[in-house]
Design a binder for this molecule. Sequence first.
Ligand code: GDP
Length: 188
Amino acid sequence: MKITSAKFIKGIVDDNPSLEDGKPQIAFIGRSNAGKSSLMNSITGFKSLARTSKTPGRTQEINLFLINDTHYFLDLPGYGFAKAQAHTVDKLNKLIYWYLFSSKQNPKVVVLIDAEIGPTKSDFGFLDAIEKTGKEVIIVANKVDKIKKSHYGNQIKKLAAQFPNHKLFPYSSKTKVGKEDLIAELLS
Ligand code: GDP
């Protein structure tokens, strides 16, 4: 399975009827700096589809992309918000909360973690909340290129054990290892 087209549709700021056209939605979320923008750019093959955290701009909305004319990818603001102002944080939290917890949307949720660091308290906190909604969740462990070869097997085993209820996809936005499996899962 391949991604042949990816178009930025719009930045969502509140409930939006054009989301309800029945195309499957895949929402990407993770702690700031886990590499969400890098992941979205590397799987689509479009280098500047999602902006990285070093180029602030679109990161304060939910960005909607149409993939292959069949699926939507949604780039959700990262939880963590290290650099954002308090009022922006509040607006972002409300937006994420609306989309994931109180709207009628039923996306597959991709939770991105840093494979080298492993899941943090805020990752588990978010996971706990999203699991309660019954939405399908998959975990992408990004940055596997940073794990020492000798430690790789153990680290992946440890990560899998930390997420017993979800599929885990080891991935690297840098080397693109794991790309085919991940795309197949996302577009299935
Ligand atoms: P975001 O805040 O989650 O959107 O994170 P970014 O995509 O901006 O990435 C944060 C930092 O991690 C940047 O310096 C990226 O170059 C780096 N990064 C992202 N993915 C990878 C990866 O797979 N491997 C390595 N080594 N670095 C990565």
